[in-house]
Design a protein around this ligand. Structure first.
Ligand SMILES: CCCCCCCCCC/C=C\CCCCCCC/C=C/C(=O)SCCNC(=O)CCNC(=O)[C@H](O)C(C)(C)COP(=O)(O)OP(=O)(O)OC[C@H]1O[C@@H](n2cnc3c(N)ncnc32)[C@H](O)[C@@H]1OP(=O)(O)O
Ligand SMILES: Cc1cc2nc3c(=O)[nH]c(=O)nc-3n(C[C@H](O)[C@H](O)[C@H](O)COP(=O)(O)OP(=O)(O)OC[C@H]3O[C@@H](n4cnc5c(N)ncnc54)[C@H](O)[C@@H]3O)c2cc1C
Length: 616
């Protein structure tokens, strides 16, 4: 599997190079285009062992290294002359980066760093491609000068000989073992013992160690987290893709599979005629579209911020960090939940490998963990919301993506309920601001009672994560609303197309309303009649979208090779493909399985003999 994945990954890397030559060397705006060509994902169903090389190693060299360091290492990496990974997580630490144990001690006598992973728990553990594929890595370590800790730093470290691929002296490297999925990625471990690298192997665009050992601190320490922000933006797009693939499979299957008459005596309908099946499938189609649009927005914001950071303007980092966290969490949680729901909507055949829904789930699920575990990132956003609420109380402006918080904070009560889209969107935003206010009261009370900020964050964690989740809902729903209702190119859409988009907006807003009805009712009075009216509208819009479900998923434009699913094939010959896949199973090569003579027959005979004896 590993060699097949590497073979396909090399093909993909060649494609990427040709794209880069067309777009711009190493530009971040090529990745969505690349992912638009899902061959990358489909051809490597067990995961791409070069993803971290492309997404993190090359970018860290470009964004964290000096121009000279880019010339020395980055150009070769971009040209795939060397293959690297991003080695930050350790066996003992992943989230709490200040707890990382790998260390880099500066030796001013030789102008080198001595790298060590002092304990087993200090071993780097998880980096993609580290096990077998990479010959270099970005090694993240605590920097020490004269045994004084200076914080985290990144080092370019060669781990294998470029000719023989043998691990270099002082390097202990290998594969961490089988995973739930992505078993073609060879996530690896790395131990270093007194491994020396030249001073200029420390990436020094933002912080420096001078030859005499003087340390020049980064103007903004958080810029060292930038490689993670980029991947969080990519995850938002990638996981919306996984959900779109699963939605395509389940939709196509749901208009092929017939089961259970709706009226006595009537023929069995397509299962998508059942309202409950529509409720399982159609909202996931819409969610995939909603997140694809939100991820595209975030990608633009990343590109703008990356250019600003290059000019040493760090002002937009906090907002990008907050949105990258929110979207990475929301898309990975919702896509993982959605793919499983779509699998269940396909009955027993959804559980067959030939349906590919299990593999899509296994590809999507780890995004809830890597690049920052989701609950940790929600807490990050919760902390940022607390800081922004203090700004609101001080009457200051907020970042654009949080402007609604200021507006809602000025509302003394929620206006008359109308049930319009604007009303539904405002309800979600109003509930979010109410949750922020409550979280702030709890958090502030703790800080006032002399709890440390970190302890106050921990003990207010449930309210902070709730506020962060509702902020994510507000941002995503607001973005979708703007794209459908206020988009500058709305007039270019046919009325029919606009109507489908508006139905999708209606469904998204009502679905989010019902998902957070409890959170909303805490702050807004809504009558039973008003809620029942929304229930009717939900049933109505599912019926309205039913005829468009196949066309919308066809518009995702996944070909059969990409979906790799007997349930989701374009020609709809599901049963033939399921049977064809079954006949290919190795157990069907012989009529009598080998285990019959060896195990089953003796077992049955022994039981028969015992039965006879017991009768005597
Ligand atoms: C060959 C062709 C191949 C084709 C390639 C393309 C393929 C495309 C398809 C694939 C696309 C996508 C799929 C992805 C592929 C899979 C890749 C998976 C790789 C995984 C890599 C990793 O997992 S790397 C390791 C990730 N680890 C983490 O994220 C660590 C998480 N931990 C944290 O973030 C910590 O909590 C933190 C670092 C924040 C520690 O914080 P702490 O020191 O405790 O202090 P805080 O108070 O929390 O924060 C301090 C201040 O810093 C601010 N801040 C925190 N983080 C950031 C940030 N990232 N940016 C900016 N600012 C940040 C924080 O807000 C605080 O600010 P304040 O003002 O001081 O309050
Ligand atoms: C498929 C995959 C690929 C990966 N690729 C890479 C890679 O290429 N490079 C790399 O460096 N790393 C990589 N990782 C590692 C990944 O970044 C870490 O797994 C992730 O950061 C979580 O850290 P951890 O696993 O050590 O969990 P921990 O940090 O130990 O957290 C475990 C659990 O503790 C809880 N928790 C932790 N901290 C807090 C907190 N502050 N507040 C509340 N709860 C908390 C959370 O529930 C969390 O899930 C990969 C992981 C996976 C699964």
């Amino acid at each position: 599997m590993a060699s097949m994945s590497v073979k396909h990954a090399i093909a993909a890397a060649k494609k990427l190079r040709s794209l880069q030559e067309r777009f711009n060397p190493g530009g971040s705006d090529i990745y969505p285009a690349l992912m638009g060509d899902e061959a990358i994902t489909a051809l490597i169903p067990s995961g791409n062992p070069l993803s971290v090389h492309i997404l993190m190693f090359t970018r860290a060299l470009r964004e964290q290294g000096t121009d000279e360091q880019y010339e020395k290492f980055g150009r070769r990496a971009d040209n795939n002359e060397i293959i690297g990974t991003f080695a930050q997580t350790e066996l003992g630490h992943g989230t709490y980066l200040r707890g990382l144990e790998a260390r880099a001690d500066y030796d001013r006598g030789t102008e080198e760093f001595v790298l060590n992973t002092p304990k087993l728990s200090s071993y780097k553990w998880w980096p993609g491609g580290l096990g077998q594929t990479c010959n270099y890595c970005i090694f993240v370590a605590q920097l020490y000068i004269d045994n004084e800790a200076k914080g985290m730093a990144m080092f370019v470290v060669q781990i294998r000989d470029e000719e023989t691929h043998m691990p270099l002296p002082g390097v202990h490297v290998g594969e961490i073992g089988k995973k739930m999925g992505l078993n073609g990625v060879n996530n690896g471990f790395l131990g270093l013992k007194d491994y020396r690298v030249p001073r200029l192997n420390m990436l020094m665009r933002h912080q420096q160690v001078l030859p005499d050992g003087r340390f020049v601190k980064s103007p903004v320490s958080q810029v060292s987290y930038f490689p993670m922000v980029f991947v969080r933006c990519m995850v938002a797009r990638q996981n919306s893709n996984y959900l779109a693939q699963a939605a395509t499979i389940a939709t196509r299957y749901s208009v092929i599979r017939r089961q259970s008459p709706i009226e006595e005596g009537q023929p069995e309908p397509k299962i998508l005629e059942h309202l409950t099946q529509q409720m399982k499938v159609i909202p996931e189609i819409v969610t995939a579209v909603v997140y694809r649009l939100a991820a595209a927005n975030l990608q633009n914001m990343y590109n703008e911020t990356a250019e600003a950071v290059y000019r040493k303007d760090f002002s937009r980092l906090p907002e990008l960090h907050a949105l990258a966290c929110i979207l990475k969490v929301a898309t990975s949680y919702d896509s993982t939940y959605g793919i499983e729901r779509l699998r269940q909507a396909c009955g027993g055949h959804g559980y067959l490998t030939a349906g590919n829904l299990g593999n899509i789930f296994a590809m999507a699920a780890p995004a809830c963990t890597y690049e920052g575990e989701n609950s940790v990132l929600y807490l990050q956003v919760g902390k940022i919301l607390m800081k922004n609420w203090s700004q609101v109380l001080a009457g200051r402006e907020l970042m654009p993506s949080m402007a609604y918080i200021s507006e809602c904070s000025k509302m003394t009560s929620f206006p008359q309920w109308t049930g319009s889209w604007e009303c539904l969107l405002k309800a979600i935003q109003y509930a979010c601001v109410g949750s922020i206010r409550l979280a702030f009261q709890s958090y502030n009370a703790r800080v006032q009672s002399a709890q440390s900020q970190t302890a106050a964050v921990n003990y207010s964690g449930l309210e902070l994560t709730k506020a962060a989740e509702l902020h994510g809902r507000s941002y995503v729903a607001g973005n979708f609303y703007q794209q459908i209702v206020n988009s500058p190119n709305k007039h270019q859409r046919s009325p029919q197309f606009q109507k489908v988009l508006e139905n999708m907006l209606e469904l998204h807003l009502i679905q989010i309303f019902f998902r957070h009805l409890g959170d909303i009712l805490r702050f807004i009075r809504i009558t039973e009649d008003e809620i029942s009216a929304l229930q009717r509208r939900l049933e109505e819009v599912l019926k309205e979208l039913r005829p468009d479900a196949v066309a919308i998923t066809d518009a995702f434009d996944f070909n059969d090779k990409i979906l790799s699913s007997a349930l989701g094939c374009y020609d709809g010959n599901v049963y033939e493909r399921l049977f064809e896949a079954a006949l290919k199973h190795p157990l069907n090569r012989k009529s009598v399985p080998d285990f019959f003579e060896a195990h089953l027959k003796p077992f049955m005979k022994e039981n028969a003999d015992n039965a006879k004896k017991s009768k005597l």
